[in-house]
Design a protein around this ligand. Structure first.
Ligand code: ZN
Length: 304
């Protein structure tokens, strides 16, 4: 069993408002059958479960306020394998070995994003490899990315998926679009960072290959979709579930690369680091953590 909250699906199973502009903390106690394990996008307080009527109980805590589309649950015949001191893989026993092989670079990836954009602020970074019925590539649930098993290529050639979901720990989860019409702020920034991680870890050639493919996808989309669907800001009540990924993800990232080229990488990186730093707090202080994407300031009114 697994849940999927983005974009407005958490409201179907939890009595809460789930606009991305609203942040919440949560505490959860789940009772599941004795032979199953529960995991969540949260700190796991009882890794081995504890006695409970009807099975055993798992308790979880998310102490950082998060937009509630990021709250997620999975229950199954799950095992865990460590990749690094704060990274690891949850999955079914028959998948674990392949999962650990594919995710071998995960700890290095976390260090790579930290070197670029500041500390990873969520404690652990684990992934959960789900059965093929999981209908997405990946979902950036905090502390526990949910992944499709189709990224298990056997040669680590599809690990940019992990780079993308990990990057959401900064863009999307720390700083979030206030409304889904601006989902390019989550996905464009994340796709941009994904490219930078690929470049830092696997070299410029591989990163550029992905960028060329993205460019081709953008051209293809622009040739086939109406002009008002080509904008980054989605018009009307269209949201993240009803958008073209070549625009929201790839054109968003391309726009940011354009700014990077104009400003210079050093200055653009400094801007991004400042974006992910909690306001008025030193870099190593995680109080008042995630916040909404800053809205543009109102123009100052001049007296007549
Ligand atoms: Zn994404």
């Amino acid at each position: 069993m697994f849940s999927q909250g983005q974009s407005i699906l958490t409201r179907t199973w939890a009595p809460t408002q789930d606009s991305p502009g609203i942040r919440q903390t949560y505490d959860v106690r789940l009772v599941v059958p004795q032979d199953l394990t529960a995991v969540m996008s949260a700190e796991m307080l009882t890794p081995n479960g504890e006695p409970a009527e009807g099975g055993h109980a798992f308790r979880f805590r998310m102490r950082h306020p998060v937009p509630i589309y990021l709250m997620s649950i999975a229950v199954g015949d799950l095992v865990f394998g460590a990749v690094g001191p704060r990274t690891g893989v949850w999955t079914e026993p028959t998948v674990l070995e392949r999962g650990l092989y594919e995710c071998a670079d995960m700890e290095t990836m976390v260090r790579t994003v930290e070197a670029l954009y500041g500390p990873y602020r969520w404690g652990r970074y684990d992934v959960l490899i789900l059965p093929p019925s999981f209908p997405f590539g990946g979902m950036e649930n905090p502390r526990l990315t949910f992944l499709t098993p189709t990224f298990l290529a056997g040669d680590r050639s599809l690990v940019s998926l992990i780079a993308h979901e990990l990057a959401h720990s900064w863009s999307g989860n720390l700083v979030t679009n206030a409304v889904w019409a601006d989902s390019w702020l989550n996905e464009g920034f994340t796709s941009y960072i994904e490219g930078r991680v690929t470049e830092a870890l696997y070299g410029e050639e591989r990163a550029n290959m992905a960028r060329v493919l993205d460019w081709a996808g953008i051209q293809e989309a622009i040739a086939t979709i109406p002009a008002n669907s080509q904008r980054l800001h989605l018009i009307g009540d269209r949201g993240a579930d009803d958008s073209n990924s070549a625009i929201v993800y790839d054109k968003g990232a391309l726009f940011l690369r354009t700014i990077e080229r104009i400003m210079g990488r050093t200055r653009f990186d400094a801007y991004l680091r400042s974006l992910f730093r909690p306001p008025r707090l030193p870099a190593n202080d995680d109080r008042n953590l995630p916040r909404r994407f800053p809205r543009p300031r109102r123009a100052r009114r001049h007296s007549a």
